[in-house]
Design a protein around this ligand. Structure first.
Ligand code: F6R
Length: 255
């Protein structure tokens, strides 16, 4: 794992944008996360696109997950969130037909999961990840299979509480089910870029970086991936035992 610990979220976001622009092969498939963590990164990509330094034109983008049963025009439907952030010449150059999201409105969600798994094969070039306070990546909640493929997921109470801020702070408005890339699907990406900011993520990041691999903390599966870059701010790195060592390694490679 390459671990960057930045003083602030803004500096961490700038590092993540640099890593992505250096390492994502344009024209290939980019795995995109939703939630609040990558929003600053998407802003940087839009700026770089406007400056002519980066484009997703000719690339495809694959979402990590989607709520089941959310209205087609709901602003928190992940397809809509990602389209707002990334699609169009005035954004990153990504075309709407090149944005793939699991079909949360399908009559047969299990079939939609299988279709998505087929569409994403053999895996994206680079997958952007956030992490839940309970250690979920995608919506792979604690206790799920470490070898899962795209499937129907049930959100934990913790995740629905965390996400209520996107739904008028009303947990009852947060969907209960989702379609999510499985952990094995995520592990199929060539490169992974995980961002985590804020104290609420500190325990999950301690487990992901220094804990044992366990279905109880799904993000710990990343310890088995050969090409992971993790970008944290000081708050999310607050529980790491070897933080100074990780900083020294990062600095020695990024002089
Ligand atoms: C989003 C996703 C989730 C989020 C996680 C963190 O597509 O799959 O794993 O990355 O819930 O959310 P934020 O960034 O809002 O803290």
């Amino acid at each position: 794992m390459r671990i960057a610990i930045a003083p602030t979220e803004a500096e961490g976001t700038a590092i993540a944008a640099r890593v992505l622009m250096e390492r994502f092969e344009q024209g290939k498939a980019l795995g995109v996360a939703t939630g609040s963590t990558p929003l600053g990164l998407y802003e940087k990509l839009r700026e770089a696109h406007a400056a002519g330094e980066f484009t997703l034109s000719g690339s495809s983008a694959y979402a990590l997950d989607e709520y089941i049963g959310i209205d087609a025009d709901h602003p928190e439907r992940y397809r809509n969130v990602l389209a707002t952030e990334l699609v169009g010449e005035d954004k990153t150059g990504l075309k709407d037909e090149d944005l793939y999201t699991p079909d949360g409105l399908a009559d047969d969600p299990a079939q939609a999961a299988a279709d998505y798994e087929e569409a994403i094969a053999p895996g994206v070039d680079l997958q952007i990840l956030g992490i839940g306070s309970d250690g979920h990546i995608g919506f792979n909640e604690p206790g799920g299979s470490l070898a899962s493929r795209t499937h129907i997921g049930v959100l934990t109470e913790q995740t629905r509480t965390d996400n209520a801020r996107f739904f008028d702070n009303d947990i009852d408005k947060v969907p209960t089910h989702c379609l999510t890339q499985g952990l094995a699907t995520i592990m199929g990406a060539k490169k992974l870029l995980l961002l985590a900011f804020g104290e609420k993520k500190a325990e999950a990041m301690k487990q992901v970086i220094e804990g044992p691999v366990s279905a109880f903390w799904p993000g710990t599966i990343l310890q088995h991936h050969p090409d992971v870059t993790i970008v944290l701010d000081e708050a999310a790195a607050g529980k790491l035992q070897l933080a100074d060592y990780y900083k020294a390694i990062w600095d020695s490679w990024n002089k």
